[in-house]
Design a protein around this ligand. Structure first.
Ligand code: PRX
Length: 652
């Protein structure tokens, strides 16, 4: 595929509100363009200036950028510590400023100042050291959205220990795979978490996941719910037994700029999740700088990003970026609809939230509940809104703009990825006019382009593949344990030395970028990345399944929903029973986020003569569309008719 047809034609444009613009860090498009051009022409100089002013260093670097194409090293020779940048350096100037306002789902609120957070991080870091954890080790974290999660993450950073946070919605199997791949020595978890008024028994899942995993020597358990759990003697330790007695002093481990800060698993176009590796200095710089400018941060702000720390958005824009900037961060544990659909708006009112950063899927579900919910709350503290994770449809954008932002708040539609570490394309809110559904302009130092498969640049309004032409500090450095895969998937797909994003996009005649979605086998379900092959391998691991093909189909709230075409083994009986069983099986293998919306039993899958499944046809079928494309490569045309017939039966 070379060109992508863009069907969305949105022509509305919203200039920055005057009152916002006059107080913004960057106040005009001219100012933005001048800085962007400077950074493009002199990337070394630009990033060196920023690194010197944004970060606190133990030792200055000698070489700003060493690179071989897209394989890059930044600030070589420099040393620093990420937890010092997020905590220690604020203590003299604003130690008593609130760092975290944490609201649990049951409603209790805890506030931690920078000084208190620092103290807790030091104690936990000392606790980890007492368990023999040291620089270079990996600690896995599987926790609810409570302050102890942030504390655990920063305690790892303090010791130069890589954290691997696994979203607490993933299944035991998914947690096991990640811990095995990462060779995690310690797992930090909780007895459970609150979700929609119920307790999710996290520790039970952890116990299941650890059967047969030899690397994990200890499990540190934070008591969140108080529900009874099993503790394995010799392996499991309570947080409240180990942490409180630790010293409040912990000398931070000074690490090299390129020392890996963390691992975060994400789905790729093959079945095996990849451990994306981010390093210390470049990542911190990218998250702090983008957070400051794109959210137009001010010292008095009370900033809330609803993402779970189990995803990259939580790493970059709940923890590292905001804390590096000394921000007051709101953290919420639970569901948006508990006890009712007013919860988010209530949190905004209660804590005086100034920036609200969330996902289009959440906006669409909140919109569906009607305007009466937000209308009950005072949202006047808000001054900026943000979205991330998937394209936002204009209808949801306009609702967000009118009903939540009251037309007064700019919306920053931020495009980026686990791999990019920080936001790459987004409007600077005081400078760039926004357009519903458009991520607009690249951040300073980011040079995107739209190309065809051969790497040739395409013109305005020609849909194509989104690439990044220059390395940037917060980009991934490798895939854990598989550097070849890193090179193959990101650096070698498109000829020329460019980073391939896996997304399609177009640039309009104003120079604004519109993201068109994934061009590979990655689904975006409710803003979560899932690989079709990961779900397929979960399905075929069931004894009744012979073959499976998974595609996305349009879904009004979640963006995409999972639709599976399955052929069965000889003796298996298709029917409601098996359907239910297969859905549960996928949830067990991956987690509730991968629950198939639909499973269709078919006689055979449509394949090319070379045996490749023709997903394009399945996507059309799943969406209930006419098959329009070329079917001449289909091995057996009759297959299509039988699937069509089966689909028609399902529709009845
Ligand atoms: O397809 C793009 C989509 O989400 C993908 C990255 O997913 P993940 O690594 O899980 O990170 C999500 C949070 C950064 C991208 O390749 N995506 C992300 N943000 C946007 C988006 N698509 C359109 N508009 C966005 N603002």
């Amino acid at each position: 595929m070379t060109h992508i047809t863009s069907i969305l034609q949105e022509i509305r444009s919203f200039p920055p509100p005057t009152a916002f613009q006059s107080q913004a860090h960057i106040k005009s498009v001219e100012e933005y363009e001048a800085l962007w051009e400077h950074a493009k022409a002199h990337p070394d100089l630009f990033w060196a200036e920023q690194a010197a002013s944004v970060l606190t260093w133990d030792r200055p670097w000698q070489e700003t950028l060493l690179n071989k194409g897209m394989e890059s090293q930044w600030f070589v020779g420099g040393q620093l510590n990420a937890s010092v940048n997020c905590l220690d350096r604020h203590l003299d100037t604003q130690g008593d400023k609130v760092a975290l306002i944490a609201e649990g789902e049951p409603g209790e609120v805890r506030e931690l100042t920078y000084r208190q957070l620092h103290r807790e991080v030091c104690k936990v870091a000392n606790a980890l050291q007492s368990l023999g954890i040291q620089k270079g080790d990996v600690v896995s974290i599987y926790m609810p959205m409570v302050p102890e999660l942030v504390i655990a993450v920063l305690a790892c950073a303090r010791l130069g220990v890589m954290h691997s946070v696994v979203f607490a919605g993933f299944s035991a199997e998914a947690l096991r795979n990640r811990n095995e791949d990462a060779k995690a020595k310690l797992l930090i978890t909780a007895d459970g978490l609150y979700r929609r008024g119920a307790i999710v028994p996290l520790k039970e899942t952890v116990d299941q996941s650890l059967r047969g995993v030899s690397s994990v020597k200890n499990v540190l358990v934070y008591r969140r719910t108080g529900a009874p759990i099993a503790m394995e003697p010799g392996r499991d330790l309570w947080w409240h037994d180990l942490v409180p007695s630790q010293s409040e002093v912990c000398v931070p481990v000074s690490v090299e700029s390129e020392h890996p800060l963390f691992l975060l698993y994400t789905s790729g176009s093959t079945g095996k999740p990849k451990g994306i590796v981010h390093t210390t200095a470049g990542y911190l710089l990218g998250t702090a700088l983008t957070h400051r400018y794109i959210f137009d941060l001010k010292p008095t702000d009370r900033y809330w990003c609803t993402a779970d720390v189990g995803w990259i958005t939580g790493h970059s824009y709940v923890i590292y970026g905001p804390l590096c900037n000394g921000t007051t961060v709101v953290l919420y544990e639970g569901a948006p609809n508990f006890p009712d659909w007013g919860r988010f708006w209530k949190i905004i009112e209660k804590h005086g939230v100034t920036q609200f950063y969330t996902a289009p899927t959440a906006i669409r579900s909140l919109m569906q509940q009607g305007d009466a919910w937000p209308a009950q709350y005072d949202l006047s503290s808000l001054r900026l809104l943000g979205t991330v994770g998937e394209p936002i449809n204009p209808k949801a954008w306009l609702w967000f703009h009118e009903k939540i932002g009251k037309t007064r708040c700019p919306i920053v539609d931020t495009w980026w990825q686990t791999e990019t570490g920080a936001i790459m394309i987004a409007p600077l809110p005081g400078a760039i006019s926004t357009k519903p559904g458009c991520a607009t302009r690249p951040f300073f130092g980011i040079v995107p382009d739209i190309v065809d498969r051969q790497g040739h640049s395409l013109g305005d309004n020609e849909g194509g593949l989104l690439v990044i032409r220059q390395p940037w500090p917060s980009m991934l450095r490798t895939i854990h344990g598989d550097h070849e895969r890193f090179l193959d998937q990101y650096c070698k797909v498109i000829p020329g030395e460019v980073y391939f994003t896996g997304d399609g996009a177009r640039r309009d005649s104003d120079g604004d970028y519109w993201i068109l979605g994934r061009v590979d086998d990655v689904l975006n379900v409710a803003g979560h990345r899932l690989s079709t092959m990961e779900i397929e391998s979960a399905l075929v691991s069931h004894p009744s399944v012979a073959e499976a093909a998974v595609v996305g189909k349009p879904d009004e709230v979640r963006g995409e929903a999972i639709c599976c075409f399955v052929t069965l083994k000889g003796d298996a009986i298709p029917g409601e029973e098996l359907l239910k069983e297969l859905k549960i099986h996928v949830v067990d293998q991956i987690g509730a986020l991968a629950r198939p919306e639909e499973i269709r039993f078919v006689q055979a899958l449509p394949k090319t003569r070379s045996g490749k499944i023709m997903r394009r046809l399945l996507r059309d079928l799943a969406a209930g569309r006419q098959i329009t494309g070329d079917v001449s490569t289909l091995e057996d045309l009759a297959t299509l008719d039988t699937i069509r017939a089966a689909s028609a039966e399902d529709d009845m």
